[in-house]
Write a protein of this length. Structure first.
Lengths: 274, 157
């Protein structure tokens, strides 16, 4: 009897506090509306011109002049860097609008890493970084390749950008307890934060100027969670290691998944109609 | 009804549709809000995991206070009038984890958020099946707004 009473008191307390949190949250969402609108505007309006610039750049004729060549290389690097940032903002806009659906296919993770290294060549060359890959995966795996590409690209880009010049970045790919484990380790330090979630928060006010805006890592966390996985980091002895775990069980590639989502719905016999 | 083309939604997704189709999902402590415009025969469903976005991370649709207003907006974008929309809500079971300390009444908070937000928008809740300890499979028929509900074994979600 006493337990019942205590339970009721606790439930009422939770209800009261939850309502309070909901009210405070409304104000928080309202205050962040401008940020969200800004992100979605950028995603829509910057992407097309950027795509056109990137498409036309390779067709520009370079005069036989070393100075022009250097200017051309700089423009190309800056365009690729800007495009990476725009693609991240588009990913944020997709996540926040609910248009980020998972799409599973048989994926060669090594190929994805190679593609990322190619796409990030401008940062890698600028920082004179070396990348060491330890691929312990024995075969291709079924996973959302686009999301894994975005996760890895952000971690590798951060690893290069916030490490000293001439540093080596280590990428390890393996399977641990039926999950894809990705480790990205680089020399460097993390922004000083009070708690880990702040590192994964976009536009966190507490992050110092020497680090990014937190957009890339907020995307990494969100995409990991979309794939039922997780991301965490450790920082010690001037090395930062990000660890991503993405579960592989229960995934079927979309091309072979005719109705797999509905397997639980084969029968609605004896279902209640409401 | 089960022969209708079904759109399955996962955690953090919303789907709004019209015509001869259905929307389905599987719920544990998550909550799904099903909205139906009986005049235009437009149906929509969300599926969220947690009650509140707390300012950390992105405003994704896995949070009830982000997802439910987005679902309502999506219905309005399809031409619905708020006065013609009615709601049915499901889920919010108390799922006990191996370590009971992890049970922090998520289901109850998810339910509360759904009710509060629908109340804010003055959308009437015409049916609900909430709480308990079992998961649920639900399917919203977009043609007529009826929902089929079946309880699941604990291993299904």
């Amino acid at each position: 009897m006493q337990n019942e009473e205590q339970k009721e008191i606790l439930e009422n307390e939770v209800k009261f506090l939850s309502k309070k949190i909901l009210d405070l949250n409304k104000k928080l969402i309202e205050s962040k509306k401008a940020e969200t609108l800004f992100l979605s505007l950028i995603a829509n309006n910057f992407n097309n011109p950027m795509t056109a610039i990137l498409g036309m750049l390779p067709h520009l004729k370079i005069q036989d002049d070393a100075k022009n060549e250097k200017i051309f290389a700089t423009i190309r690097q800056e365009a690729l860097s800007l495009d990476f940032k725009i693609q991240n903002l588009i990913t944020v806009a997709e996540i926040e609008s609910g248009n980020s659906q998972n799409s599973y296919s048989l994926t060669d993770i090594q190929k994805i890493v190679n593609e990322i290294i190619q796409d990030l060549r401008y940062v890698i060359d600028e920082k004179k970084s070396k990348i060491e890959i330890n691929n312990l995966l024995k075969s291709r795996i079924i996973i959302d390749s686009k999301k894994v590409y975005t996760i890895l690209k952000n971690l590798i880009a951060n690893g290069c950008m916030y490490a000293p010049d001439d540093a080596t970045l280590f990428v390890e790919l393996s399977i641990e307890n039926s999950a894809l484990k990705i480790l990205v380790k680089n020399r460097g330090t993390l922004p000083k934060v009070n708690s880990k979630p702040e590192v994964f928060t976009r536009f966190s006010q507490k992050i110092d100027n020497s680090h990014g805006l937190g957009v890339g890592l907020s995307i990494v966390r969100e995409l990991c969670e979309n794939l039922c996985g997780s991301v965490d980091y450790d920082a010690e002895n001037n090395f930062v290691t990000f660890k991503v775990l993405l579960p592989l069980n229960k995934t079927v590639q979309d091309s072979e998944a005719c109705g797999w989502d509905e397997f639980l719905f084969e029968s609605f016999d004896n279902a209640i109609e409401i | 009804m089960t022969n209708l083309c079904t759109n399955f939604i996962h955690v953090g997704q919303i789907h709004v549709d019209r015509g001869s189709t259905s929307i389905s999902t599987v719920l544990g402590s998550c909550v799904a809000v099903c909205l139906y415009d009986k005049k235009l025969c437009i149906g929509g469903m969300n599926h969220y995991l947690l009650p509140f976005w707390n300012g950390n991370g992105l405003q994704s649709l896995k949070f009830g206070n982000i997802s439910t207003p987005k679902l309502i907006e999506a219905m309005l974008e399809q031409g619905s009038n708020i006065g013609n929309i009615e709601a049915k809500i499901f889920g919010g079971a108390s799922i006990y984890f191996l370590n009971s300390n992890q049970n922090i009444m998520v289901g109850e908070k998810n339910i509360l958020v759904a009710k509060e937000i629908l109340n804010d928008y003055k959308i009437k809740i015409v049916a609900e099946d909430l709480g308990g300890t079992l998961g649920r499979k639900i399917q919203l028929n977009v043609q007529n707004g009826k929902v089929l509900l079946k309880y699941t074994a604990k291993s299904d979600f």
